[in-house]
Design a protein around this ligand. Sequence first.
Ligand code: PLP
Length: 387
Amino acid sequence: MNTQPIYLDHQATTPLDERVLQAMLPFLTREYGNPSSPHALGRSAAKAIRSARRQVTDLICAKNELEIVFTSGATEANHLAIVGAALAARPTGGHVVTTAIEHKAVLAACRRLVDHHGYTLTQVGVDAYGRVHPADIAAVLTRHTVLVSVMHANNEIGTLQRLAAIAEITAPRGIRLHTDAAQSAGSGLLDVTELGVDLASLSSHKLHGPKGIGALYIRGGTRVTAQQTGGGQERGLRAGTPNVPAIVGFGAAAHLITTDAVPPPARIRVLRDRLQGLLLASIPGATVNGHPHRRLPGNLSLTLPGIEATDLLDRLPNIAASTGSACSTGSGEPSHVLTSIGLTRYQARATLRLSIGRTTTDTDIDQAADLIIRTAHTLMPATVHAA
Ligand SMILES: Cc1ncc(COP(=O)(O)O)c(C=O)c1O
């Protein structure tokens, strides 16, 4: 009997692709060399890392593999990008700009600059779709601004930002543009050259690779101060013996996407749209959050009036989904993303995030829709029910 729940939480993490696991296995067993070692095992590990670096470079359309620095994930990449690039530009007293809907890893890195380095921080608001207006960024820049950080795709509502338009504002002023692209890279939506960003954070486990590995793209010529020093690995930008199996897995996961060895995002979008249609048709008052078109193909954030999302999920043990972002779930506080797009605390608590991925099937969608609709009807206040 299949005891696995229907997995609709691909924005929290994705299952490891079997082909990725196969690529990693030799590096967990017989290929155990340290890539810095001057012998065959070491050279083999170093070669595997070079190959993975190329694969990640290709995934994001970077120009040169030396623009990729492996980190433990997007959290560390965000920290290195924000703190490292800001301090390299101005050791103290600078100004950074970000948005109201960033992941906590970005907000915490910005706070570090404020709390420890005398920086000032401006958080730009978003519209009801969660879009940042480039003119709003332009309006807050000062002669002290060294860095702007705007996420590519939001982890709760999926909205995509117009980074190329923002780069047109920052680049002529010599201000660095960073993007947290943890959510978008797996959808093949991230082309760092076309978007004109200087720094981009990536996470392997969001694209069917292993956890605990990610990367920071640093455009050639962008200065970054290392935040972890030691043995000089990753060209001095991220010390520590590289996690070779995880890096190999990240590279393999990226390669599957660039070589079209996985279902296209268009298929995921079709499934998402069907689930959205089924739920909207049968749950009175349900509304979709995020941009109607410019959002991640697998994202479905739904507000179900009168229903506590936690109650709903508690009654749906056969569905794995989130109430908000995976990272803020459990904090008890309403999501800062949902309140920033204008939802009340009450509406935010009535919001469910369903995220579809490449392992989702038609049957998953039908069964999940049926279960969610039936359970929502049992929880709905009588007034909404009758409407
Ligand atoms: C937008 C965004 N940034 C950063 C992260 C953190 O990534 P990692 O788990 O690789 O540290 C996540 C993961 O939830 C995310 O969704």
